[in-house]
Design a protein. Structure first.
Lengths: 131, 188
């Protein structure tokens, strides 16, 4: 049986990641990265937000896009879960609803790579009826 | 939730919202004594007795974005359905501990699911919080914490996509190894 992965081996990965990161951002400047927040409250998780977050992490890495994927709570759009907020460098964040693998793929290919808008945007001025 | 891992992801989010700076997740699997126990404890803001009484009521939530809170009620339901229970202890200002136990062999007990991926996402998704995760199968235990993780990482952030993938694989492999060791012990 092969050797188990451990924190010691992580050092290697770290060096690899570091050198790639340097080329891309030169130091710590999260502003120059794509920032994605996945809504992960009960509603999001139950509708598959973890799948989507996993997919985003894997695909963004595979496609060589510098991004930070983090979690956030419920944004109140439970009906549209899983929802994600995408912030391209220097732009206003956009919230996408009903994000499955297919739509996540579309968001990466069209919105993140080319800045084209994709179906499923939840407008910022949307308010619930009772508010 | 279809998997226990998803419950863990969900309940941990409560600790994050309670402004915890340290969260500990412990899982104990013991087929011999027929127990599976999940403990999540944090050093967040805690809850008063009144709030504590209400937390497993689905129509109680501290949120203002919606009127229901199903995280703990669903977790409790799953625990009770599979011959277990859910206990919450909390003290304002000190933190909260949620402990769910399941009958290991119960047919209604949801599978653990993708625990490696879940823990990796919890750690990378909340980079400003410290975590300790430990997994025990019978008497064999494996653990990882973010202090040692940060040491190994140097200046690379835990949010780095390669690191997240590596973490997932590392946790999954080590847990599988625990289970295998346990099977070998069983034979002799």
């Amino acid at each position: 049986m092969g050797k188990l992965k451990s924190l010691a081996d992580l050092k290697k990965i770290q060096e690899e990641a570091r050198s790639k990161l340097d080329l891309r951002v030169k130091g710590d400047n999260p502003e120059s990265l794509v920032q994605i927040k996945v809504a992960m409250a009960t509603c999001g998780i139950a509708s598959g937000a973890k799948e989507v977050m996993n997919f985003l992490v894997e695909e963004l890495d595979k496609r060589g896009i510098g991004a930070i994927v983090t979690q956030t709570g419920c944004m109140g759009y439970c009906y549209a879960e899983p929802t994600i907020e995408v912030k391209l460098p220097g732009q206003e964040p956009l919230v996408y609803g009903f994000v499955d693998r297919k739509r996540a793929d579309e968001i990466i290919e069209k919105y993140i790579k080319n800045g084209e808008l994709v179906d499923g945007i939840i407008p910022v001025n949307y308010e619930k009826i009772d508010q | 939730m279809k998997e226990l891992a998803l419950h863990i992801l969900d309940i941990t989010q409560n600790s994050v919202r309670a402004k915890a700076t340290f969260i500990e997740i412990n899982i104990l699997e013991s087929p011999v004594t027929d127990i599976l126990k999940i403990t999540i404890s944090d050093n967040g803001c805690g809850m008063s007795k009144d709030v504590l009484k209400n937390v497993t009521d689905p129509f109680y939530t501290t949120r203002t974005t919606r009127h229901v809170g199903l995280g703990l009620p669903l977790f409790k339901m799953n625990a009770i359905q599979s011959g277990g229970s859910l206990d919450i202890t909390s003290e304002p200002g000190r933190g909260t501990t949620v402990e769910a136990s399941f009958s290991y062999s119960n047919i209604d007990r949801p599978p653990m699911g993708d625990i490696g991926g879940t823990i990796a996402l919890i750690i990378s998704g909340n980079p400003e919080i410290d975590f300790r995760f430990s997994y025990q199968v019978e008497s064999k235990r494996w653990s990882v914490d973010t202090t040692e993780l940060r040491e190994a990482l140097g200046e690379t952030p835990v949010t780095d996509l390669k690191v997240v993938k590596y973490l997932k694989e590392m946790i999954t492999e080590n847990i599988n190894e625990l289970n295998e060791e346990n099977l070998i012990d069983d034979k002799y």
